[in-house]
Design a protein around this ligand. Structure first.
Ligand code: SF4
Ligand code: SF4
Length: 167
């Protein structure tokens, strides 16, 4: 399988940063609804306003990465709206679920490393669609990835042979 345009895996979010958006055809495996952080934004909470007890507060790291104050509730690691492999609120599902397996931020194209529906052999022309659905997370995630890169290059510099403390 050719992973075109792959730059790097970002392990904290399990996504590849790539140059071009690949095609996607969902296999309805339900993997993205299981043991996942599904950040919820104002728009999502309004859309799902007819339901109760489906969300909970994010922790500080989750807030730092996603900018969301709330996330979807998981029961036994499964989204509360998941029935078998079917979403019970498909037409009202949050933007996070609509854009999966992609996040298109202002600066990056990110693709889930775990979704079996990604077709790396074809390019996807719906970049703007995914960018709009990623608007809630875009800015915070870019900031998080940049902070992470700065930290990792500092470590690389510190560990470079010339910089290592002499025994
Ligand atoms: S992980 Fe990918 S293929 Fe599986 S349900 Fe989610 S979007 Fe579809
Ligand atoms: S709302 Fe639906 S699509 Fe989103 S995680 Fe839950 S079951 Fe999956």
């Amino acid at each position: 399988m050719e992973v075109f345009g792959t730059q790097a895996l970002i392990p904290e979010i399990g996504m590849f940063a790539v140059q071009k958006l690949p095609y996607h055809s969902c296999r309805r495996c339900g993997r993205c609804c299981t043991a996942k952080l599904i950040p919820l934004y104002e728009k999502d909470l309004e859309r799902l306003g007819g339901f109760r007890s489906f969300y909970m507060p994010t922790n500080s790291l989750e807030r730092e990465i996603t900018g969301a104050a709330y996330k979807m509730m998981m029961v036994n690691s499964r989204c509360v709206f998941l029935d078998g492999t079917i979403c019970k609120v498909y037409d009202m599902r949050p933007d996070t679920c609509r854009r999966h397996p992609f996040i298109v931020t202002r600066k990056r194209i990110l693709v889930s490393a775990a979704c079996p529906g990604v077709d790396w052999s074809r390019e996807n022309n719906d970049l703007d669609y995914y960018r709009t659905l990623s608007s809630g997370i875009s800015e915070r995630l870019d900031r998080f990835i940049e902070a992470r890169s700065r930290l990792s290059s500092r470590w690389t510099r510190l560990l470079a042979p010339g910089q290592r403390p002499q025994p």
